[in-house]
Ligand binder design. Structure first.
Ligand code: NA7
Length: 870
């Protein structure tokens, strides 16, 4: 690539010169790339360049809100106070820009209007507002999540003759409100910061509030030099905590439920947090505030009581009491916000009950009153996260526009919030579906910049021309983002995270809520697996095979998968009794994992039927793919220790298998224990296969291509059915798909020792399951309960055996695979090292679960294709 500014050809174009754009420029330039940054503003700073309103300051403590990549920068800068004000932060950004000599590669006062991927030369053609075209190999957005300001569309917006301001586009010169009547609309973080400061200056301030907010004292103070020195000395350790944390600050939620403390103790804990100040301090008092309504109520009620105590006029206090779940909007910290309503020159107007009708030449009119102002301030926030993208016309392959692809936000799809399919070589710093605004932005920015730079280096080192997210990977990621958000209370509140502040904007949670620590591990994992989930091309157009699709050949992970860990943490936080302490009916009700399974995919047809069985009718659910049959079939047995689980539990995997393997899936609701003990389940399972073979043509199935499969206890039943069919001389089974199967009534394996507790399925739960299933110890020795004890497994159908590294059942599954192999049976065995039991059920939550279903579907397709049709 030519390194010549005149020709306007660069390795990378970066849009935006805020914290993210500046670091991206520095990082890539250090690596020897030619980079040009385009910035609409007249200088560096991004958010901190535009948001100059009175009282603007950061809500993350200054010592954590700076670049951490350079020790030199850190040592040469000293913050004045715990929460730096905007001018100081802007000075810091200017200091960095000077120190790293960044300005020479930034073009200011230039707005990028469009960027189009040129499929011929694989470059991006980028247009400026002045009509200049720039060419770059990489197009990198550093737009900031809160840069498209939201100006409400009130009637008569241009009528007002007084001064009109938006907090997000504040003038550079000082605005003097002395002696003026001022109105302010909006009580988000910006309004809450500006109101106390404007109130001190203005003759009168009228606050128009739509939604009352939770806010806690920031407890700002100047920094003590000794404290700062200590921070500098320990920065390495502090940084490790920040990057491993939930929100990018070096603190963690306390490992306790709010509901486990007495009201008195809770009060004490909340008071302490209140006095301490800080953005997440109240949130971190207990680990279930973000997830459990009753836990959330305790802190919400506490903050409401503080507001009521602070505001002297009870009617005003009442108007200021928020009702949404605490922390489901970004928490706010303030300096004397609620106290400001005790001033004589401040009036609060509730515009929910008395909405603004229109602006007038002198002020504004609500339904019931008219107000006159010298100045009107809009603190109405931003079209967050996706808004800045839609201000440009970004087009990828086949001319598809990003706005269309994302259906203006209704169908947001990204992979890791960094890339999106169809837009090769485009990277988004803190893009949608990354932790971004849910975190200390600096931590998220540094992580993204470094990941993107590493990725670009990888492409250079491997002589690759383009990299692009693959559609399956982004579908899986986007689904996970939704599911994780749904597990929390965040989606139960109308917030700008949900797009709810913008009229007509599609609703949907736009960020990754699993925390920056987990997120970083996922991103690192993707990179370590040579950018799994991305496809790449070389200039010679040869697409390396391995990278063209999700790698289905197991994983390189040797530690607990970060997503699995997150899931375990959430379950621990949600509490709930151990399964073995319940009676089976209760256990069945409590074991609903459908929220984490993902969204059930459309299939051609789904039919619930009842088929004859040895102990009465057996309910089955038959999934048929689109298209013309007859199809091969998979008879599927759900897991659940023979005691719990039903057809609904495996709805999502069954649908995915139907589509991906292009086969009919017959999911069997066999009889459960302890009502029906061994061998009832096995007999039902066997008779279901017999029924499918006998009735194949009536359900569009090819009787010669019938496989059995199942997970856990269902894997056990599948293995047992294959044994029974061999023993009884039929029916003929083409394949056995055994997902972490139970194969032996024995708890002595190493995996039982390693994973007895803490990884979802525990040893005690397994004992409870077995005890319900078996009539006596003797049953456990029966190969139809413990197929690993079968004398001869030769001649059984070929098998897939999938196991999880952190599953107590790992070793018995693998022992069965070995036994089959030793007897000459063709076996594909894969251990998903980082996985816990149950991952096949949870493809919506665990990328590895989705991957395992892909692997199983591919194995089935291959197996079916090697069998002659009937
Ligand atoms: P926010 O948090 O989006 O707050 C905007 C405020 O403006 C909020 O009170 C809104 O009420 C109100 N608003 C928005 N549109 C209207 C209309 N049309 N009519 C009346 N009131 C309206 O933005 P901020 O700038 O305060 O803070 C953004 C982030 O910056 C913050 O979270 C920190 O991370 C830093 P609503 O609540 O929507 O009813």
């Amino acid at each position: 690539m030519t390194r010549n500014h005149e020709a306007q050809v660069f390795d990378a174009v970066v849009v935006g010169a805020g914290f993210s754009g500046l670091y991206m420029l520095h990082r890539l330039r250090e690596l020897g790339y030619s980079v040009r940054v385009y910035e609409a503003g007249e200088d560096v700073g991004g958010t901190w360049y535009w948001n100059r309103y009175p009282g603007a300051r950061c809500d993350i403590e200054s010592i954590y809100y700076n670049y951490t990549f350079s020790e030199e920068l850190r040592n040469e800068w000293t913050w004045s106070s715990r929460y730096a004000e905007q001018p100081e932060i802007l000075r810091y950004i200017n200091f960095v820009a000077d120190k790293l000599d960044l300005r020479r590669d930034i073009q200011f006062k230039t707005r990028i209007t469009s960027a189009t991927f040129n499929e011929k030369n694989k470059n991006w053609d980028i247009q400026t507002g002045e009509g200049n075209t720039i060419t770059a190999k990489y197009f990198i957005t550093a737009l900031g999540c809160l840069s498209a300001s939201n100006m409400p569309n009130f009637k008569g917006m241009d009528r007002f003759k007084g001064e009109l301001y938006h907090t997000g586009k504040w003038p550079h010169e000082k605005v003097d409100f002395t002696g003026k009547k001022v109105g302010i609309i909006g009580t988000g973080s910006s309004g809450i910061q500006a109101i106390p400061v404007i109130a001190q200056e203005a003759e009168h301030l009228t606050v128009f509030q739509r939604t009352p907010q939770f806010s806690a004292p920031a407890e700002n103070h100047s920094y003590d030099p000794e404290f700062l020195q200590k921070v500098k000395e320990n920065y390495h350790e502090i940084k490790q905590q920040m990057i491993a944390s939930m929100h990018g600050v070096p603190s963690f939620p306390r490992d306790k439920s709010a509901l486990k403390d007495s009201p008195e103790e809770r009060q004490r804990v909340f008071e302490e947090a209140w006095d301490k100040g800080g953005l997440f301090t109240l949130m971190y008092t207990y680990n279930d505030i973000g997830f459990v309504k009753e836990a959330n109520d305790t802190v919400a009620e506490f903050v409401r009581s503080k507001i009521a105590q602070t505001v002297e006029n009870p009617e005003v206090a009442e108007m200021l009491l928020p009702t949404y779940y605490y922390g489901t909007k970004r928490p706010i910290i303030d300096t004397n916000y609620f106290q400001t309503y005790n001033r004589k020159n401040v009036t609060l107007v509730d515009i929910k009950s008395d909405p603004i009708d229109e602006l007038t030449s002198k002020g504004l009119r609500t339904k019931e009153s008219e107000y006159e102002f010298d100045a009107l301030v809009f603190a109405t926030g931003f079209d967050a996260i996706t808004g800045p993208f839609f201000k440009m016309d970004i087009r990828g392959k086949d001319g598809i526009s990003l706005k269309e692809k994302w259906a203006e936000g209704a169908d947001l799809k990204t992979y890791l919030g960094i890339a999106t399919a169809g837009f090769p070589n485009m990277f988004m710093i803190t893009g949608p579906q990354s932790p971004s605004v849910l975190s200390n932005m600096l931590v998220s920015i540094e992580q993204h910049v470094e990941w993107i730079a590493d990725c670009i280096e990888y492409l250079r080192e491997n002589n690759l021309e383009t990299i692009e997210a693959i559609p399956e990977a982004e579908v899986a990621w986007s689904q996970q983002c939704k599911i994780i958000a749904e597990m929390s209370l965040a989606t139960k509140t109308d917030s700008w995270y949900m797009g709810a502040n913008i009229e007509g904007k599609p609703r949907g949670f736009m960020a990754f809520l699993g925390g920056v620590g987990l997120y970083r591990q996922i991103c690192d994992d993707v990179a370590a697996k040579e950018y799994e989930g991305f496809s790449v091309t070389t200039s010679s157009k040869i697409v390396p095979k391995k990278r063209n699709k999700i790698n289905l050949e197991g994983t390189v992970m040797t530690k607990l998968d970060p997503q699995a860990k997150y899931l375990l943490d959430q379950m621990a936080a949600a509490g709930g009794p151990a399964m073995e302490t319940l009676i089976p009916e209760e256990a069945r009700l409590s074991a609903d994992f459908s929220a984490m399974a993902g969204i059930p995919e459309e299939v051609g047809k789904v039919e619930d039927r009842r088929i004859p069985g040895p102990g009465g009718e057996i309910p089955v659910r038959i999934y048929t793919p689109e298209g013309e049959g007859p199809f091969p079939a998979l008879v599927y047995y759900h897991g659940g220790g023979w005691v719990i689980g039903n057809l609904d539990t495996v709805e999502v995997p069954c649908r995915l298998l139907t589509n991906r393997a292009n086969c009919v899936v017959i999911s069997v609701d066999y009889r459960l224990a302890p009502e029906h003990k061994f061998p009832a389940a096995a007999e039902d399972a066997y008779s279901a296969v017999q029924w499918v073979v006998d009735n194949a043509s009536s359900i569009g199935v090819d009787s010669a291509r019938v496989a059995v499969g199942g997970d856990s206890a269902g894997g056990n039943l599948a293995a047992v059915v294959a044994l029974m069919a061999k023993d009884k001389g039929g029916p003929s089974i083409s394949y056995q798909m055994l997902i972490y199967p139970v194969t032996n009534h024995n708890y002595d394996t190493q995996s039982y020792k390693d994973n007895a507790e803490g990884y979802f399925l525990t040893k005690s739960t397994m004992e409870w399951f077995w005890n319900h299933y078996l009539r006596n110890e003797e049953d456990g020795k029966n190969p139809y309960a413990s197929p690993l004890l079968a004398e001869d497994v030769s001649g059984l159908p070929p098998a897939l055996v999938i196991t999880g590294g952190f599953d107590p059942l790992r070793d018995e599954g693998e022992a069965y695979a070995e036994k089959l192999k030793a007897a000459g049976v063709a076996v594909e065995a894969t251990r998903y090292d980082g996985m816990i039991h149950g991952f096949f059920w949870l493809p919506g939550m665990l990328l590895q679960g989705d991957k395992a279903i892909h692997q199983a579907a591919n194995a089935l397709r291959e197996a079916f294709s090697s069998v002659e049709t009937a």
